[in-house]
Design a protein. Structure first.
Ligand SMILES: Cc1cc2nc3c(=O)[nH]c(=O)nc-3n(C[C@H](O)[C@H](O)[C@H](O)COP(=O)(O)O)c2cc1C
Length: 153
């Protein structure tokens, strides 16, 4: 349950929303959706590690595994705040979330340095693994392309 009195949305309510499917599919896929209401409650480290582990086991072109993730949490509030600051206004809601994860893909193959035209595909596959595992762990994730950039030193 969120802490504030005027927000009566429970975590359980959010994660049990299910798609109206026409044909049977795995429950996890049917339950995943892009909620915009977040509790500020910190996420257990074990759950965070599980979702990253799920991303790790995604298929990828030539098994390159081009995905990389930068995780921002309250363990380093200054960096979390910096990450929040690049969110576009439409994603203001995400500033409540206790974790922001920046997903990155390496564009070249590590052995021959040639361009990997499938890098973004593979990142998407890893992201989806992560999303499904997050729902499996009772967490909510929301993908966001709406962010700008900031100089990191
Ligand atoms: C690559 C990508 C970028 C997205 N960017 C944003 C975003 O910046 N802000 C936002 O509120 N939702 C964003 N979304 C969420 C989509 O709007 C959402 O997934 C879509 O409406 C389908 O809804 P569902 O995920 O609940 O099925 C993004 C989704 C994807 C896959």
């Amino acid at each position: 349950m969120t802490e504030s009195n005027n927000e009566r949305i429970t975590t359980t309510t959010i994660i049990t929303k299910t798609a109206k499917i026409d044909h049977p599919i795995n429950e996890l896929i049917a339950r995943r959706w892009s909620a915009r209401a977040f509790s500020t409650k910190p996420v257990e480290k074990s759950k965070l590690l599980s979702i990253l582990e799920a991303a790790r086991w995604a298929p990828s072109s030539r098994n390159e595994q081009p995905w990389r993730y930068i995780v921002f949490t309250n363990e380093n509030p200054e960096k979390l705040k910096k990450a929040q600051s690049v969110l576009k206004d439409i994603n203001e809601y995400a500033k409540r979330a206790p974790i922001l994860i920046c997903a990155i893909a390496r564009k070249t193959y590590s052995d021959n340095k040639n361009y990997n035209r499938l890098h973004f595909h593979d990142l998407g596959a890893a992201n989806e693994n992560m999303f499904l595992e997050a729902f499996n762990q009772g967490l909510i994730m929301h993908e966001m392309g709406g962010f700008g950039s900031i100089q990191y030193t």
